[in-house]
Design a protein around this ligand. Structure first.
Ligand code: GAL
Length: 673
């Protein structure tokens, strides 16, 4: 970590006295002073030490263009600091006031269909609007000037969930900005024509002025154009973030800066984004109706830890109980909020925060749960909040601790964007679904996993897994080849290494360095019929399980076929191949094995790579090591018994365990030898 970042992160940690941050969004502009007083009293009672202040306060902070009304915020910050509570101070730029839309209608975003969105909700801004950017910088600057020295200020919270509702704008201003972006990428129009393959369908451009964003068109748009527009849109929002960050940093160079991410969020390339901030923070709203939502949540937690190379991150938002924005919103049952909070801490979070502190009485989120619900402090939710505050206090010693991993899963936003373009052999191969299919066996086996981009230095990992690295540059493919040649173990799925950065198919349909690495030649993709699966057999013809989603006709050139398609059009052809390179090994999966078989493959691959699990636990029970602490988390609804194989003491309640820990349904223990 660069020194300046270390120092700024140190500022936050000092403000919190080395404790885990605990709190939520606090919007004092929505409440009377009497309520503020009750708020800080209850915050203290619950052990809250950090609150995100007024993330949507813009119209209260700047009621008229250029006229700032910051006194109330000063009073609110004083109220916090008097109570010993710190502020994660929002720049409040995620919901522009009505006057911006009136004075600058061009600041409103336009959809791909040409519809200009209206004010009246939030996030109604075009990322390339000059007026919007200038107004955000002015507000951020005014806040930094006024509160830069305030004793409550611990960290800046820039904007809120960039791209959540409007991840791209197709207006004329963005069209111009897109052309500028393309000019710097391709220099001249010939370069763009070559990169986009515009001789196809007569799409050749004579000048940049003719290029537009991929707006609604009669039929499938140019894939390279769509891909570049994704990159441009992520960069455009990042430029909004950077403009505000630069302004607060100019005034307050010692205060760390973050903006809240949204887990596995496709529109923004979080690798690029994380480099621009001091601390990664994330908002986690797992779907309670999904199958095993905690596994997707764990994957997102691991991504957040990985984005800045293992540095602790902040769980900036989660719901204490129900949300209000899915069609059906059951509450989190007792214990679940604690379980998922401590799971985030186990996976590297140094902050557990919520949306929001006090439940709104009005507006679109009045049915969203809050730390203080409408029912007030005499409620299940507030009691669970207080208990969690107590737990986190007991875990103070863990801040800054690392979660070491020997396995990494490759994730590239370029590959994700490319994979999910239209006009592919199937639209059923989705990145998050594939990531989860490969992640799950490691979660089940308590093997910690990092995520890395494909061009990263992977030499520290024993095993690297690449689900659908559809788009890969020649350079990244060669690095993967070098990784295996140097003794690394690589597992890659079908429909990887297919195109280069311009969406142009690699020669032979598989990046040459990867063809060499796996010792295979691809002949024809063979996605399965929608309801079909295909039986798989080992070399002796014994049935092993089934493949779903995909198959392909491939040839082994310099590898062994370890699994074959057992019936159907590809009977006897390789479904899984392996090539050993001395200590290294490259395994290619030409189908998606059923979950059990995937578990066997990845489990065996981990063993051959010398990866050892943290602990063996009953199904649905998670074990994670962070620093010297062992977290055991029971995601089932039954009591479980875990063999920890040593004498350990609970950091949460000082209970001593002699080799065996019993956990209640949704129970957690954090242990140390
Ligand atoms: C987040 C957002 C919050 C709040 C929350 C509700 O996406 O950042 O402001 O809307 O969702 O779940």
């Amino acid at each position: 970590m660069p020194d300046a970042v270390t120092d700024r992160v140190g500022h936050l940690n000092n403000r919190l006295g080395g404790r885990i941050a605990f709190g939520g969004d606090w919007s004092p502009e929505q409440w009377s002073r009497e309520v503020w007083d009750e708020d800080v009293r209850l915050m203290r009672e619950a052990g809250v030490n950090l609150v995100t202040v007024s993330p949507f306060g813009w119209s209260a902070l700047e009621p008229q263009p250029g006229v700032f009304a910051l006194d109330w915020l000063g009073d609110a910050l004083d109220t916090l600091s008097d109570a010993g509570i710190s502020a994660c101070l929002a720049t409040a730029t995620a919901s522009p006031p009505a006057w911006l839309a009136r004075t600058h209608p061009e600041s409103l975003p336009v959809t791909a269909d040409g519809v200009r969105l209206s004010p009246g909700s939030r996030q109604h801004y075009c990322p390339n609007s000059v007026a919007y950017r200038a107004a955000t910088v002015a507000l951020a600057g005014a806040l930094a000037q006024r509160f830069g020295d305030h004793p409550a200020l611990a960290i800046w919270h820039i904007n809120n969930e960039y791209g959540a509702h409007v991840d791209a704008c197709y207006c004329d201003v963005c069209a111009d900005a897109f052309r500028v972006w393309l000019t710097s990428r391709y220099v001249d129009i010939t370069g763009l024509n070559a990169a986009w393959g515009t001789t196809f369908w007569s799409q050749r451009y004579g000048a940049f002025e003719e290029v537009v964003p991929p707006r609604r068109a009669p039929y499938i748009g140019n894939p390279a154009q769509q891909l570049d527009f994704r990159r441009f849109s992520s960069d455009s929002l990042l430029a909004c973030f950077a403009a505000e960050r630069n302004e607060v940093r100019r005034v307050t160079p010692d205060i760390p800066v973050t903006t809240n991410f949204m887990g596995l969020f496709k529109p923004l390339d979080y690798w690029a984004w994380a480099d621009e901030e001091d601390i990664v923070s994330d908002d986690a709203y797992p779907d309670l109706d999904a199958l095993d939502p905690h596994i997707g949540a764990a994957l997102a937690n691991d991504l957040m830890r990985s984005l800045r190379g293992g540095q602790p991150w902040m769980l900036m938002e989660q719901a204490p109980s129900a949300i209000n924005w899915r069609p059906n919103n059951p509450p989190k049952p007792p214990g679940l909020m604690r379980l998922w909070s401590l799971m985030a801490v186990a996976r590297g979070a140094d902050a557990v925060m919520f949306f929001q502190w006090r439940a709104s009485q009005r507006g679109a989120e009045k049915f969203h749960s809050a730390m203080v619900p409408h029912a007030g402090p005499d409620s299940r939710i507030f009691r669970e909040v207080k208990a969690l505050g107590h737990d986190l206090e007991r875990l103070s010693g863990l801040t800054g601790e690392q979660v070491p991993a020997d396995v990494c899963i490759l994730l590239s936003w370029d590959a994700w964007w490319g994979l999910e373009l239209d006009s592919h052999p199937t639209d059923r191969v989705r990145m998050v679904d594939q990531l989860l299919a490969y992640y799950r066996p490691f979660w089940d086996a308590n093997v910690p996993v990092d995520l890395r981009p494909p061009d990263a230095d992977l030499s520290a990992y024993r095993l690297v897994v690449a689900p659908n690295l559809y788009l890969v540059s020649t350079a990244a493919a060669e690095r993967l080849e070098a990784y295996v040649e140097a003794g690394g173990h690589l597992v890659m799925s079908f429909f990887s290494g297919v195109v280069d950065e311009q969406e142009c198919i690699h020669p032979g349909g598989l990046a040459p360095a990867l063809a060499r690495t796996f010792g295979i030649r691809l002949e024809e993709p063979w996605p399965l019929h929608v309801e079909d699966s295909v039986p798989l057999a080992d070399r002796d013809g014994r049935t092993m399980g089934t493949g779903t989603l995909w198959s392909e006709s491939l040839h082994v050139v310099d590898a062994g076929a370890v699994v074959m398609f057992a019936t159907g059009d590809l009977t006897g052809r390789p479904a899984v191949t392996r090539r050993a390179t001395g200590p290294g090994e490259a395994t290619y999966l030409a189908t998606r094995p059923n979950p059990e078989l995937m578990g066997t493959f990845l489990g065996d691959a981990a063993v051959r790579a010398g990866v050892t699990p943290t602990l063996t636990t009953p199904d649905g029970v998670e074990a994670v090591r962070r620093g010297s602490a062992l977290f055991v988390l029971n995601h089932t609804q039954a009591e479980v018994e875990i063999d920890i194989g040593a004498r350990m003491t609970s950091l949460l309640d000082s209970t001593e365990y002699d080799g065996v820990v019993r956990l209640a349904p949704r129970g957690v223990q954090v242990l140390r030898a």
